[in-house]
Design a protein around this ligand. Structure first.
Ligand code: SF4
Length: 809
């Protein structure tokens, strides 16, 4: 989008309050990014939380946090939208606002400041964030965002006040403007009432639902992210209604994409991304009505291309033989099941309709089909829980371990946090001490590896998930005194939060550990997130009643879907008939990719080009490819080399064309050539390398004027050594001296674009490497920190034969 377009359009920065690697695959941001960029009156860019080093660098230089695409400061957008996936990212929201140069509180913002909007799972109770946000999208964002943009566009040219804009937005179905509601409290701290303060503002805001958008291929990251695969949303909502599950209640009604649409989406997505793994994403993906035929057709179509297919957490009663066979045909993605409760009584109370026999059968099916490990999720601290229920977890796990030798179980144990808009929204949460005791006991008795959520983090989550507007002060205090990245256990500081509780006078006892009565006004009552309050209360009472009732003697077992036996695809490894060698250049920002990130980028490029590559055999088939020597982060290059083996013959020119079309910005394919299959590997052949080091002018002045003479003196030194630290940061760290004389084959100053550039030809091979910037540092007597300003380009590799002749690889 050019400057002219941007100046007359509504600019939206979609923010995720965690690191790029974590937030990249967020479905909400992905969907809105497409929706907004498809319009002809708006554009969307993205921004993520800055890690502490970047945040310090930005503050140190006085630079605001900016968007990824055009490096525009957050404060210069019309709208800044935050996805709010979990409560423990709230302090990161404050950090991003502050770093982005935006006043923290909604009432402090003026006409020139962007509109701050929140969306995602946590807006089901937006009250703790009410002070900081201008508005919240309650529900699906696909349709409502168009209306918000139209409203913003009309306001921009109108000269009306910011309050007028907020009032117009409040009239949009599903848009909540907290500043247009007054909250009153009883002296004991409970909410007395929440009432709109302006005409035309609804008394309550209903959840907005959209039909499922057509999906397009996502943006592909260069760096490795948490969900580094094609995620395809196959359903929204869940056909089940587990009583503890907020998502199950709020994302209703249950909606699915058809098998035909999904096949097209996967085909298109793989073609345009080059991923080799697909996850069929959804709250309960195995419940998709066409899941088995869908998996079968995906497997038929993509297994031969070694694309693996996976499901996220699967209901144990849906993991059938047919599903198992299809899922493991290429490579096994991990399997996760969530029984949640340890006994049938407990599972009945939380309405996790799952029998113990089904869990056992599922684990046997997984083992019989070759899975070596399975993850199981359990919760403790659930309503009406007794010691017997906790013992039930221990028995279920130890019996499963005995019955499934060779299948490793990894358990995730999570304390129960009651969530708004579920039947358990009135229920008190266990205290920290009770949680500690229960977890210690389970840890002692469970014979499996255990991952447990941080209990102190859960105290804060419990408060923020059912807190009211006063929690804004708590959040601000915690953020100002150092809380950030609270979701990361190693960065979470409970003492900071304890101080924040003490200073603000707010307590976990009040917000999460007391019994709430039916008639209490809940802070989120004016947000209509799912079934109405009375239905939820009745369901809560039913759960408490069921806790006392005896279980039916013969539990009603749901019928498993009958499916035709699957046709597992037999993968045979075709022999390679040809090897092609490619040379790539990398320039610009992609110089910051690591060698491994570059390798993954090349693999995706080859898959997108649909070259007939050969694969290794075994459980984890890999493309038969070999890569040239590793490149350092920060180097540009004209000689990134890689070989691939093909199962069909292809003219190098044809392969060059296909691959060139798939090269991302910053990379260019320079050459393709044939190499005999039996030739030794690239790395073992290369023994000479040429670099260019561009040196900033100010360094040259500091180092003296006569560069050739300086270089001559340098090379003539009797002792010319570099110190290199091996195994840096480990107990085995050692410093070795490298003699540069045998490594430097040539050195000269040349002029490029009127700047002097040091051209170095170096010996290359195992144990014979010296970094060109280190040689330049020694030559010019630079400080360590100055080497970051040297621009290095790897220009060429050579094969030097024993007789001294040189050939290009
Ligand atoms: S099956 Fe899973 S997603 Fe569905 S309601 Fe139960 S816990 Fe929630």
């Amino acid at each position: 989008r050019d400057e002219a377009y941007r100046s007359k359009s509504v600019g939206v920065c979609l923010c995720f309050p965690d690191l790029y690697e974590t937030g990249f695959a967020n479905a909400g941001i992905e969907i809105l990014y497409r929706v907004i960029n498809r319009r002809d009156d708006s554009y969307a860019e993205r921004a993520y939380a800055a890690d502490s080093d970047l945040a310090a660098a930005l503050r140190g230089r006085g630079w605001p946090l900016f968007s990824l695409e055009t490096r525009t400061p957050l404060k210069d957008f019309d709208i800044v939208g935050f996805g709010l996936p979990y409560e423990l990212c709230f302090t990161n929201v404050l950090e991003m606002l502050d770093l982005g140069g935006i006043p923290l509180k909604a009432h402090e913002r003026g006409k020139e400041d962007p509109l701050i909007i929140g969306g995602g799972p946590c807006v089901i109770n937006p009250e703790p964030l009410a002070d900081f946000f201008d508005g919240f999208v309650i529900g699906d964002g696909e349709e409502i965002f168009g209306e918000i943009i139209a409203c913003m566009k009309a306001w921009k040219g109108s000269g009306a006040s910011r309050t007028e804009l907020l009032k117009s937005l409040a009239r949009i179905e599903g848009f909540y403007v907290p500043s247009l509601y007054a909250v009153e409290y009883f002296p004991d701290g409970r909410v007395r009432s929440v009432t709109p303060t302006a005409e035309g503002v609804p008394a309550s805001v209903a959840y907005r639902r959209s039909s499922l958008e057509a999906m397009e291929a996502p943006v592909v990251p260069f760096v490795q992210t948490v969900h580094d695969r094609l995620n395809v949303e196959i359903q929204r909502g869940c056909p089940w209604r587990c009583r503890f599950c907020q998502a199950g209640f709020s994302y209703r009604p249950y909606r699915e994409r058809s098998k035909e649409d999904l096949l097209q989406i996967v085909e298109h997505g793989l073609k345009h991304t080059g991923y080799d793994a697909v996850t069929l994403a959804g709250l309960s993906a195995a419940d998709h009505t066409e899941i088995v035929p869908l998996l079968q057709e995906l497997s038929d179509k993509f297994s031969l291309r070694r694309v693996s297919i996976g499901l996220p957490s699967t209901r144990a009663d849906r993991f059938t033989l047919a599903v198992a066979e299809i899922l493991h045909s290429v490579r096994r993605q991990s399997l996760t099941f969530a029984p949640e409760g340890g006994t049938e009584r407990m599972r009945r109370v939380i309405r996790k309709e799952l029998q113990e026999s089904e869990i056992r059968q599922t684990l046997s099916t997984a083992r019989e089909h070759g899975w070596k490990s399975v993850k199981l999720y359990f919760m403790y601290g659930l309503p009406t829980e007794t010691q017997e229920d906790l013992d039930g977890i221990v028995h279920l796990v130890s019996d499963s371990v005995k019955q499934n030798r060779g299948l490793a179980l990894t358990l995730t144990l999570s304390p129960f946090v009651p969530k708004p808009h579920t039947p358990f929204q009135w229920h008190p949460m266990d205290t920290l001490d009770v949680h500690r005791k229960k977890l210690q006991d389970l840890r002692k008795r469970l014979a499996a590896s255990i991952r447990a959520h941080g209990l102190e983090q859960i105290v804060v989550e419990g408060v923020l998930s059912r807190g009211d507007r006063r929690c804004g002060a708590l959040l601000e205090y915690a953020w100002r005194t150092g809380s950030k990245f609270d979701e990361w256990s190693e960065r979470f500081h409970f003492n900071v939060w304890q101080k924040a509780f003490a200073e603000t006078g707010l307590t976990p006892e009040f917000f999460s550990q007391r019994v709430r009565t039916q008639d209490e006004v809940l802070p989120w009552d004016h947000i209509q997130g799912g079934p109405d309050k009375r239905a939820l209360w009745n369901d809560y009472q039913t759960a408490l009643k069921q806790a006392q009732e005896s279980l039916p003697e013969k539990p009603h077992l749901k019928e498993r879907p009958t499916v035709a036996p699957s046709r597992p695809v037999v993968l045979t490894s075709e022999k390679p008939v040809q090897r092609l060698r490619f040379r790539l250049s990398r320039h610009g920002d992609v110089r910051f990719l690591s060698h491994l990130e570059q390798i993954e980028m090349i693999r995706r490029m080859v898959r997108r080009a649909e070259l007939p590559v050969a694969f290794t055999s075994g459980f984890h088939p890999q493309m038969k490819a070999s890569f040239g020597p590793a490149i350092s982060v920060g180097y540009e290059s004209e000689c990134e080399l890689f070989d691939i083996e093909l199962t069909q013959r292809l003219e190098p020119g044809q392969a060059f064309e296909k691959l060139s079309q798939e090269a991302p910005e910053g990379f260019s394919v320079l050459k393709a050539s044939r190499v005999p299959l039996f030739f030794p590997s690239l790395e073992s052949l290369l023994n000479r390398v040429e670099y260019r080091v561009r040196v900033p002018q100010d360094f040259l002045h500091a180092g003296g004027a006569d560069l050739p003479a300086g270089l001559e003196e340098f090379l003539a030194r009797k002792e010319l050594t570099l110190e290199k630290i091996r195994k840096k940061g480990t107990a085995a760290e050692t410093t070795v001296k490298i003699d540069l004389h045998p490594l430097i084959l040539g050195a000269e100053w040349i002029m490029e674009e009127s700047s002097p550039v040091l051209r170095l030809t170096l010996r290359f091979g195992p144990g014979k490497n010296a970094k060109p910037e280190k040689i330049a540092q020694l030559l010019l007597s630079l400080k360590d920190e100055d080497t970051a300003r040297l621009a290095v380009e790897r220009k060429a590799f050579w094969i030097e034969k024993p007789d001294g002749t040189l050939t290009e690889p």
